[in-house]
Write a protein that binds this ligand. Structure first.
Ligand code: K1U
Ligand code: ZN
Length: 183
């Protein structure tokens, strides 16, 4: 297992459409281990492989609360097969856009098909936070970020803020505009 760096806006790799996994081998199992270690350390409730720079359709999630037992989920090649007409707003964050939170409107229920680590196919129906997190992570596998669901004004504002921070923080790992070091 290895703790990996989470790539941040405006890294162009976040816009890649990830490749499907054709064979679940030792490389994929190591990727999943690294995703869990990195997600739990962040901490986050989900992480897509592209967020550690690997353009494969692999996602980890765990929606358990702090004092509960872990409930790890691995989703390989996840895809939405159905979404409800009903929508709702929820304040989302993203480990690739640190310390930025905004309300996003999404379908309240989705059906998602995916493979587990043994290659078995599943289809689940989800609501509440599980539905939100699944849609957020599947978006990542398609190069879509939660800010793409906001108004153009909000998206441009946050994109510019992170681009400016990246310029000021060139060479540093942590591109967080709120921790910019002005020299
Ligand atoms: O994909 C990511 O960037 C992870 C992201 C997932 C997510 C959060 C909120 C709504 C939809 C999807 C996060 O995990 S941000 C951190 C977070 O929400 C959290 C962290 C610790 C405890 C509880 C929540
Ligand atoms: Zn995210």
């Amino acid at each position: 297992m290895a703790l990996r760096e989470i790539i941040k806006l405006p890294d162009k790799r976040l816009r890649l459409v990830s490749e499907p996994v054709n064979k679940i081998d030792a490389g994929v199992r190591k990727l999943v281990d690294d995703l869990f270690e990195t997600m739990y350390e962040a901490p986050g409730i989900g992480l897509a492989a592209i967020q550690i720079g690997v353009a494969k359709r692999v996602v980890t999630m765990d929606l358990s609360k702090k004092d509960e037992e872990h409930r790890p989920m691995v989703l390989i090649n996840p895809a939405v097969t159905w979404k409800s007409g009903e929508t709702a707003k929820y304040e989302e964050g993203c480990l690739s856009i640190p310390d930025y939170y905004e309300e996003v409107e999404r379908p309240t229920q989705v059906r998602v098909k995916y493979l587990d680590l043994e290659g078995r196919e599943h289809e689940i129906e989800a609501s509440k936070l599980l539905a939100i997190c699944l849609q957020h992570e599947i978006d990542h596998t398609n190069g879509v970020l939660f800010i793409d669901h906001l108004s153009r004004l909000k998206r441009d504002r946050v994109t510019k803020k992170f681009a400016k921070a990246a310029k000021n923080n060139a060479g540093r790992k942590d591109n967080n505009p709120d921790r910019t070091v002005e020299e």
